[in-house]
Write a protein that binds this ligand. Structure first.
Ligand SMILES: C[S@@+](CC[C@H](N)C(=O)[O-])C[C@H]1O[C@@H](n2cnc3c(N)ncnc32)[C@H](O)[C@@H]1O
Length: 222
C-alpha cells in the first residue's frame, strides 16, 4: 500500500488526468450498466467519467492519497461520484451492491494468494447478472522495462471460477502518461452467474447404453 500511496504524492505513469480509453469505449458500447464501482480507482478518473455519463458511480482505493485526490477532483468538477478508502479484498465491507465493477490496472498488482480472495470479494458486491471488466497487463507485453506482473488468459480463467462466467477476453492497450507509450493488456469481461448444482458422474446405465451403441456401430458391415 505504501508504494502506491507514495506514488500519488506525484503523478505515477498510469495517471492520465482523463479516463483510460478502453473504459470510455466500453461505456460508449453500453457495456457499463447501472451503478458502477471502480476498484483500485487511483485518483478517480474512470469513476468521474462514469458519473459524468449518468451512472451512480463509486471509486475505492486503499491508498489514502489516491482517494484524497479523487475527492478533490470530484469537488472541483461538481461530480456526484463517491470515493472511499477501502480494500478491494474486502468489498463486502461497503455494504452495498453494484451492476458493474471495473478494474483498471489493479488485478496485475496482486500476489497469487490475493487472486481468489479478490474473486470472492468482487462477487460479494455483484449480484447474479452483474458485470465485471478487468484490464490487466498481458504476457505479450515485453518485460525489458520492468513494470507490474504480466497475466495470462489462463490465469484470469483460473481465478474467476465458481459463480463467474467469462463473456469474452480480448487484447487491449493501457495508455500511459509517457507520450505515445502504451502497454499490451487483456480486457476480460465477466458476468456473475448462479453457481449450478455439482456435476455428477454419468450413471452406470447410461455408460452401458453408450458401450452397446459403440460396439454395434463398429460391427462389420455388409
Ligand atoms: C496501477 S494503479 C491504477 C489506478 C487507476 N485504476 C488508474 O487506472 O489510474 C493500481 C491501483 O490499485 C490500487 N490497489 C492495489 N491493491 C489494492 C487493494 N487491495 N485494495 C484497494 N486498492 C488497491 C492501488 O492503490 C492503485 O491505485
Amino acid at each position: 500500500m505504501q508504494f502506491f500511496d507514495r506514488a500519488y504524492e506525484g503523478d505515477p505513469p498510469w495517471e492520465l488526468g482523463r479516463p483510460q480509453p478502453e473504459f470510455v469505449a466500453l461505456e460508449a458500447a453500453g457495456e457499463i450498466r447501472g451503478r458502477v464501482l471502480d476498484v483500485g480507482c487511483g485518483t478517480g478518473e474512470n469513476a468521474l467519467y462514469y458519473a459524468l455519463r449518468g451512472h451512480p458511480a463509486w471509486g475505492i482505493d486503499f491508498a489514502p492519497n489516491a482517494i484524497r485526490r479523487a475527492r478533490e477532483k470530484g469537488a472541483a468538477r461538481g461530480s456526484s461520484a463517491h470515493f472511499e478508502v477501502a480494500s478491494a479484498l474486502e468489498l463486502d465491507g461497503l455494504h452495498t451492491t453494484f451492476d458493474t465493477v471495473t478494474d483498471c490496472g489493479m488485478f496485475h498488482t496482486f500476489l497469487d494468494e490475493h487472486r481468489p480472495v479478490y474473486a470472492r470479494s468482487a462477487a460479494s458486491v455483484l449480484p447474479p447478472g452483474g458485470r465485471c471488466f478487468i484490464l490487466c497487463f498481458s504476457e505479450e507485453e515485453p518485460t525489458d522495462w520492468g513494470g507490474p506482473r504480466r497475466v495470462t488468459q489462463a490465469e484470469l480463467r483460473a481465478t474467476f471460477t465458481e459463480g463467474w462466467a467469462f463473456r469474452w477476453i480480448r487484447p487491449a492497450r493501457f495508455e500511459t502518461n509517457f507520450a505515445g507509450v502504451t502497454g499490451r493488456a487483456w480486457m476480460a469481461a465477466l458476468e456473475r452467474v448462479v453457481p449450478g448444482p455439482p456435476r455428477r458422474p454419468a450413471s452406470r446405465t447410461a455408460h452401458r447404453v453408450r458401450r452397446r451403441t459403440a460396439s454395434s456401430s463398429s460391427a462389420p458391415r455388409g
